[in-house]
Design a protein around this ligand. Structure first.
Ligand code: GAP
Length: 445
């Protein structure tokens, strides 16, 4: 059984080699826990986000889209409880200056007491008592760097939805129950980031807030729990590596009445990548208090007035993309040679088809170019005429490209091509003028 580090190391190395993910600011030595998506990574993550948007916004008539700004009035974070409550208890080592979460399992003894031992320098009695550290990034708005000008980079996209709840309600003419969906960046000054893109300081969230009658909260909570698991399974993941985890009382966020994580079994253990939360009327009530603006809903049929309850589905776009990558990574032996293949669901694969002239002569490159030009008007295709056909297949296996189209000697005679299936390695011969229809059919889903 390969070790967790080993599997993750291999994935990080493939991600760099093939252009999925690069360390941010690498030429300057890197920036801690910030990552950039390369040509294949940006396509993969975009496919994940588009699939989410389609299922949440386009395929439903009770959810509207939104793209709120990252910067918001600082009072948003007072109202939301993030200024007071979005904290981790941390301890510092006075000797080596390292900082740790107070519950870091590597710490022996009680921080603040003489018996506590620093996990890095090994000194005893140098760890401070825990202090609360806010995870929000601060910056200044305008030319003056003073307390009154402090604003925050949002640590979750959800608040941009709550403060626009009335705008969306009134402009879309939706009625409760209805939802607002948003994809956008969020920032957290995480103290123990790591495991590649699993926990980073800048990341993207795909969040949907569903506004319901208070008494209907449980019913909608169950509904969205089931829907989200179904969507996640539709990414083609190994179902035995997916499970729910219900938050115990001490795990619940300050706003939640009930919460379930969807977890994946990563090489480093079961971890959350999406959460379904019953946020009650906490957020809207707090914004109502802090802004002085009424955020009640009036049911015109019954004349009832209430502050809606909110069922939230909150997924990390980066973490979901990481799940997709980890789940797709596969090593096998083919004809005595090791093959590394990313078995992405075809609908998520960054490149759908790669076109190869078998050799660069005898009319094959010209025909291959024509086929490639036609194909890329319909799907993301790639042309490769460099190196042996075996090497070209292997590169596309690592990119997770589901179909390899080879133009060989026969192609120039009868206008057919071979279509190699990434997973089964079987080859079909298909008429060139039927290729688009053939691939489109196979890429459905
Ligand atoms: N609005 C609710 C909320 O933000 P959360 O459980 O803190 O809830 C939701 O975050 C999702 O956002 C997580 O399941 C994860 O996928 C993603 N996420 C949170 N912090 C992250 C981080 N530091 N790096 C990458 N993804 C993160």
């Amino acid at each position: 059984m390969p070790s967790a580090d080993n599997v993750m190391d291999k994935l990080v190395s493939l991600a760099k080699r093939r252009g999925f993910v690069f360390q941010s600011s690498e030429i300057y030595g890197g920036l801690g826990s910030v990552w950039d998506y390369g040509p294949l990574g940006v396509e993969l993550k975009k496919n994940v986000k588009e699939r989410w948007w389609r299922s949440m916004v386009h395929e439903r008539d009770d959810i509207e889209g939104l793209d709120a700004a990252i910067l918001m009035h600082p009072k948003v974070w007072e109202a939301s409880g993030h200024i007071a409550g979005f904290t981790d208890p941390l301890v510092d080592c006075k000797q080596c200056k390292n900082r740790f979460r107070a519950d870091d399992p590597r710490i022996k003894g009680t921080p603040g007491q003489p018996d506590a031992q620093c996990p890095v320098c090994g000194m005893k009695g140098t760890l401070t008592a825990p202090r609360l550290f806010n995870l929000m990034f601060k910056t200044f708005m305008g030319p003056v760097e003073e307390d009154a000008a402090v604003i925050y980079l949002r640590p979750e996209t959800a608040q941009g939805i709550y403060i626009n709840y009335l705008n969306v309600l009134q402009s879309s003419r939706q009625k409760i129950p209805f939802g607002i969906a948003q994809i956008g960046k969020a920032f957290r000054n995480e103290i123990t980031p790591g495991n590649f893109t699993f926990r980073t300081r800048e990341f993207e969230q795909m969040e949907m807030q569903f506004f319901v009658k208070p008494a209907a909260d449980q019913e909608w909570f169950e509904f969205w729990k089931a829907q989200r698991m179904e969507w996640v399974q539709g990414l083609g993941l190994h179902v035995e590596k997916l499970r729910f985890h219900q938050h115990a009382k001490d795990e619940l966020a300050h706003y939640a009445k009930d919460a379930y994580d969807i977890q994946y079994e990563f090489p480093f253990g079961w971890q959350e990548f999406e959460g379904i939360h019953n946020r009650t009327d906490f957020d809207l009530s707090r914004h109502q208090q802090h802004s002085g603006k009424k955020l009640e809903y009036v049911d015109t049929a019954t004349n009832e007035r209430f502050v809606p309850y909110i069922i939230e589905t909150s997924a990390g776009a980066d973490r979901t993309t990481l799940v997709v990558m980890v789940d797709a990574y596969h090593e096998e032996e083919v004809a005595g040679e090791k093959r590394v293949v990313m078995r992405f669901h075809p609908a998520l694969a960054p490149i759908k088809a790669a076109v190869f002239p078998l050799v660069n002569k005898d009319g094959m490159p010209e025909l291959a170019r024509r086929i490639y030009d036609d194909l890329r008007r319909h799907l993301n295709a790639f042309y490769d005429d460099g190196g042996s056909i075996g090497r070209r297949y292997r590169r596309q296996d690592e990119a997770g490209t589901p179909f390899g189209i080879t133009i060989d000697g026969q192609s120039t005679q009868d206008q057919t091509v071979t279509v190699r299936d990434r997973d089964t390695l079987l080859q079909d011969r298909v008429a060139a003028d039927r290729l688009v229809a053939h691939l489109t059919e196979k890429l459905k889903g």
